[in-house]
Design a protein around this ligand. Structure first.
Ligand SMILES: Nc1ncnc2c1ncn2[C@@H]1O[C@H](COP(=O)(O)OP(=O)(O)OP(=O)(O)O)[C@@H](O)[C@H]1O
Ligand SMILES: [Mg+2]
Length: 367
């Protein structure tokens, strides 16, 4: 097993694309970090750099404190599982699992023992004599993971391993990977563009956009304290509602947030520190869909809205709405429990001002 560290790592391809910019990320021994971000943000490049399949243009990659920039992929002892499994179609499951061991001239008895172990762990015993063509997508996925694990890699890399599977199977294998990871405590870097996968699997999540790391933290940290609008929108489904607003100071010294017809008194802990009055007049505010309620509670502020659509999902209802007078490109979303029919078009929602997030013009959290 091994700890991993990226120090100021950048990767610029010959074509000029800067796929990774000044990455700093440390993964503890035995930790599972999920790297998440939209397509093309550089996730696979980060994995390939760690595996040694790409060379960094700048910076250092460390395994257990040793710089491995010049160490060949083979000597790094890192296993990688790809989205398309890359199993050998003409070999049985047993031979697919044995392949990495045979390549290393492992004694026959050891190979048999290791295959038996891994087949037990991944529930593959019944499938050992089949070929990949005779397996379901989920079974192929387990074989691909088995083949990566069988040679006891010090670091385990998974690149969107579940994206070929249907939603139900994805949830099931996600749970399998999670319990396997806890049992084997293998240092793992897991790539996905699916925030649900990231939230449910990761000890910590690293959010990337356009080659840059926005934030690294536990799922709860990213959800409660997103450092940027990008992270706020990316984590949560639907993501955080973001809208333009002004922070105004009244004559009596109290502060409020205004957008369209909404006026929300700002509690002291929400007051942005610093910032000129002009800058505060054009900020961006955020509210999670689940911060809205349909009835007033102690400390809530009513907000008149114009509902545009309702989606009943069984256990909850998503209500999409506009704030009269506010300039918002897309409707905001509120997540209400149960089956909630809001009177369209005029309705009232209620929020706790403490649920507000304030971001500066640069998209960075102000508080
Ligand atoms: N070999 C290469 N040569 C030139 N550009 C490349 C190369 N590999 C990747 N890129 C570019 O680097 C950027 C990051 O690519 P990467 O594959 O790391 O993204 P990703 O986050 O894994 O995306 P996806 O979710 O679609 O798999 C992209 O703009 C891509 O076009
Ligand atoms: Mg990729």
């Amino acid at each position: 097993m091994a700890a991993v560290e990226f120090r100021n790592v950048s990767k610029r391809f010959a074509a000029g694309t800067e796929a990774v910019r000044n990455l700093n990320l440390a993964i503890d021994d035995g930790e599972l970090v999920v790297l998440v971000g939209p397509s093309g943000c550089g996730k696979s490049t980060v994995l390939r750099l760690l595996a040694g399949l790409e060379e960094p243009s700048a910076g250092e990659i460390l395994l257990d404190g040793k710089v491995v920039n010049r160490i060949s992929p083979r000597q790094r002892n890192i296993a990688m599982v790809f989205q398309n499994y890359a199993l050998y179609p003409h070999m049985t499951v047993r031979d697919n699992l044995a392949f990495p061991l045979r390549m290393r001239r492992t004694p026959r008895e050891t190979v048999a023992r290791k295959i038996a172990d891994i087949a037990g762990i991944l529930d593959l015993r019944e499938l050992l004599d089949r070929r990949p063509g005779q397996l379901s997508g989920g079974q192929k996925q387990r074989v691909a993971m088995g083949r990566a694990l069988v040679r006891n890699p010090s670091v385990f890399l998974l690149d969107e391993p579940l994206s070929n599977l249907d939603a139900k199977l994805r949830a099931q294998i996600r749970a399998d990977i999670s319990s396997l990871q806890k049992r084997l405590a293998r240092t793992t870097l897991y790539v996905t563009h699916d925030q649900v996968e990231a939230m449910t699997l990761g000890d910590r999540i690293a959010v990337m956009e356009r080659g840059e790391l926005h934030q690294v933290g536990t799922p709860a940290e990213l959800y409660r304290r997103p450092r940027s609008i990008f992270v706020a929108r990316f984590i949560g489904n639907p993501g955080m509602n973001i809208f333009s607003a002004s922070v105004l100071r009244d004559k009596d010294g109290t502060w409020r947030l205004r957008t369209g017809n909404w006026d929300i008194p700002l509690p002291p802990e929400k007051l942005p520190r610093g910032g000129s009055p002009e800058a505060l007049r054009s900020i961006r505010a955020g509210l999670r869909p689940e911060s809205f309620g349909s009835a007033p509670e102690e400390g809530t502020v009513p907000c008149a809205v114009r509902a545009t659509a309702t989606e009943f999902l069984g256990h909850e209802t998503l209500v999409y709405f506009h704030i009269p007078g506010a300039q918002v490109a897309t409707p905001l979303a509120a997540r209400l429990p149960g089956h909630m029919a809001l009177p369209e078009p005029a309705a009232e929602l209620h929020i706790h001002p403490s649920a507000l997030y304030l971001f500066g013009g640069d998209g960075i959290l102000l508080q």
